[in-house]
Design a protein around this ligand. Sequence first.
Ligand SMILES: CC(C)(COP(=O)(O)OP(=O)(O)OC[C@H]1O[C@@H](n2cnc3c(N)ncnc32)[C@H](O)[C@@H]1OP(=O)(O)O)[C@@H](O)C(=O)NCCC(=O)NCCS
Length: 330
Amino acid sequence: MSYYSKIIGTGKGLPEKIMTNKEFESFIETSDEWIRTRTGISQRHIANTEKGESTLSLARLASLNALEKAAISAQDIDLIIVGTVTPESVMPTTANSLQRDLGAVNAFSFDLQAACSGFLYGLSIADQYIRSGTIKTALVVGAETLSTLVDWQNRSTCVLFGDAAGAAILTRSEDRSHSILSTRVYSDGTRGDLLKIPHGYAACPPWRADYSPSEHKIKMQGSEIFKLAVRNMIDASMKVLEDNHLKIEEVDFFIFHQANIRIIEMCVKTLNVPANKTWLNVDKYGNTSAATLPICLDEAWRAGAIKSGDKVLMTTFGGGITWGATLIQL
Ligand SMILES: CC(C)(COP(=O)(O)OP(=O)(O)OC[C@H]1O[C@@H](n2cnc3c(N)ncnc32)[C@H](O)[C@@H]1OP(=O)(O)O)[C@@H](O)C(=O)NCCC(=O)NCCS
């Protein structure tokens, strides 16, 4: 008997505070017009850590929404994976704390670092566990508070990111026609310098004399990353289509990582995807890293833009560098 992973619920969690482009004008040399025309971003949500908003609280919100939509209990979850580069704490992992908060007493849990590709990597791992028959149900979350890692004086990066979480629940099914059809994930550490946060704890512990807080902030070579994001998301999308012997026109809906509207437009144009077959929310949220794909999936599903039986191609690109694509049939 073959097992497949069916997505039965999705959810999102956003901080309350909205930061508009205009607000940046008071502390860096930029303008609403520059940000909108170069990135497509108008605003982003920013976590208020003093009010208890954090990677964990957003992950919790997204997970509770997904559990409600899936109509299952937290005790039904066997595995929790949280994709994040902004974990609540190093130990316990965000996933362990989420397990505690949800009361998912039957789950094992871990965090996964793959930058913006964290959700897709998590989905591929959960899918393998389900297909092998090891587990029945998994919660996969992408949750980030990148506002804690941006350099607020660097205008090339600080305007790009926002805080959020998205979640999906997968469960074992014997019906391939409502499942994750295939996933491809990739990485290239030789290009890691193009988008990085140089220091974790090991490279330079904060008590060392040469410790520099700026090395804990996001550094990016924007135009190189732009080109790679377009090329790699197109390549990965073509690979999952080939894996499934499908043509672009046989796919019902496309979700691209929401980093920059111009990146999405180039992917859409090159792949020849009709504009009404994609989801866009980069204007409202900016780049929410690992949270992006599950939030798009959740919004498109709840809005009726995708429905049961639709073939949905999702593709992502992230720092480090990482990328991938998946084809699911809802
Ligand atoms: C960051 C990004 C928007 C910059 O846009 P760009 O058109 O490539 O702009 P450039 O980097 O060539 O910079 C052009 C000028 O704009 C300036 N600039 C950068 N950010 C600015 C801002 N927020 N406001 C005003 N000017 C800005 C630069 O300093 C530069 O000025 P200079 O010519 O005087 O040096 C773009 O490269 C990008 O989106 N890259 C990919 C980012 C991404 O997706 N990252 C995450 C991947 S998961």
